[in-house]
Design a protein around this ligand. Structure first.
Ligand code: FES
Ligand SMILES: [Fe+2]
Length: 429
């Protein structure tokens, strides 16, 4: 077969375009020992909601590992390797006890740190349990989510508290958890692709957010202390609406409100959502979110505080036909293949955010390989980490010229975004 040209210029040229190069394994493979897997393991990762931990163990997959999570009757949370170290039965069938979890098969008992407390079928003088540990990871509960650190124990960072979590006038609530059958990276990239909010979410599928998202924004992409953000600036009548969405390294998205319409002037809103994009394995990914709800009535729509309600356009459509008629994020991202193949893409000017984000991830991966701390880790547990996701609307009547200068609009948005600086940083209490 003919080899594939990277830029096909021939009409009816499908014959020359059939072989498929491999995915970028460095950025997309997440299992133990892979470059990206080791990188992601340097950060605290969400596991589940705390209220999922009831009287039965919960089986989970994280970063290509099969695990079980539970809360014992003393209140301690354990995240252990799924398979019992005795003869390999799954601890999802285990019994949660006063302390730890007991395997259903021969009743070995494991504490949350992997200590083997009992091996009841063994002779009384057996020392097996004193010599052996089961695999376990440290956990931390915050705001209704259980987090775990799965990296080298001597590299464990403090748990990161972002300033949006403790923003005055705003409450943090656990939101929804849902799954896409595709690689984590293409989901993270979606947050740095603001043009799709105009096309996919508005022009193509009808307004899944508000009509004003259908205005093509002027775009700016800026590095932040812990990642990057886009600034999408739109003209709405006499107003300028600047929207900032943020990719916090390596796999946290902070998203500005989807209900904004730019009609009414208002100061910075803060994000509506902090959402982790957690790889279960190379081709399956969990979304798990905090929602930010204003304590001032009417600022956040009441439906947003209802955890059962979902943001439009995020889940798979009800039927195949519906997914074709009104595709949303699920169809767009899963439709890129189980793992998107970068060598097949043809990136344009509006894809700068994608390129920047991949560079951030590649730099982080290589930092870990070189024995350095990757960007985005915050070592000071006393200060909240500064973040930027926001909406603001200000009255800036357009100039009297028939066409507004797009550079001027972009610069206005950039100035607005950068004025959201917090000095001094919020303290973690
Ligand atoms: S397999 Fe778990 S105790 Fe035997
Ligand atoms: Fe989207």
């Amino acid at each position: 077969m003919a080899s594939r040209p990277t830029f096909l210029t021939r009409r009816f040229g499908g014959y020359f375009h059939r072989d498929v190069p491999p995915e970028d394994a460095e950025l997309t493979h997440v299992g133990p020992g892979t470059p990206c897997g080791e990188y992601l393991r340097r950060y605290w990762q969400p596991v589940c909601f705390t209220d999922e931990l009831q009287d039965l163990p919960l089986r989970v997959s994280l970063l290509g590992e099969e695990l079980v999570v539970f809360r014992d009757l003393s209140g301690a949370v354990g995240l252990l390797e799924l398979r019992c170290p005795h003869r390999g039965t799954s601890l999802e069938y285990g019994l949660i006890g006063a302390k730890g979890i007991r395997c259903c098969y021969h009743a070995w008992l494991f504490d949350v740190d992997g200590t083997i407390l009992e091996t009841p079928g063994e002779p009384a003088d057996s020392t097996l349990k004193d010599r052996l540990c089961h695999g376990a990871y440290p956990t931390h509960e915050y705001g209704g989510i259980v987090f775990a650190y799965m990296g080298p124990p001597d590299q464990q960072p403090p748990f990161p508290v972002y300033d949006s979590f403790i923003r005055p006038g705003s409450r943090l609530l656990p939101g929804r958890k849902y799954f896409y059958p595709c690689n984590w990276l293409q989901i993270m990239e979606n947050a740095m692709d603001p043009v799709h909010t105009a096309f996919l979410h508005t022009i193509v599928s009808g307004a899944q957010f508000t009509d004003q998202f259908g205005v093509l924004p002027e775009l700016e992409f800026i590095d932040t202390p812990v990642g990057m953000m886009y600034i999408a600036t739109r003209r709405v009548g006499d107003n300028v609406w600047a929207r900032m969405v943020e990719a916090i390294l390596p796999n946290l998205q902070q998203v500005a409100p989807a209900w904004e319409d730019g009609q009414k002037e208002h100061p910075f809103s803060g994000p509506m959502m902090s959402r982790w994009i957690v790889p279960q394995d190379d081709t399956h990914t969990m979304f798990i979110e905090f929602r930010h709800v204003s304590e001032t009535e009417g600022v956040t729509p009441s439906w947003w505080a209802d955890r059962s309600v979902m943001l439009p356009g995020q889940l798979a459509a009800d039927s195949y036909e519906a997914s074709q008629r009104q595709p949303g994020d699920y169809e767009a991202q899963v439709g890129q293949r189980p793992i998107a193949i970068h060598a097949l893409e043809h990136l344009g000017a509006t894809d700068r955010g994608i390129t920047m984000f991949r560079q951030h991830i590649r730099r982080g991966i290589r930092s870990v390989q070189d024995g350095r701390a990757p960007a985005g880790l915050w070592r000071d547990a006393r200060t909240a980490i500064p973040t930027y996701a926001n909406d603001t609307v200000v009255r800036v009547p357009p100039a009297a010229t028939p066409e507004e200068d797009p550079h001027l609009l972009r610069e206005t948005g950039r100035r607005l975004a950068l004025s959201y600086l917090k000095d001094p940083p919020l303290a973690v209490l």
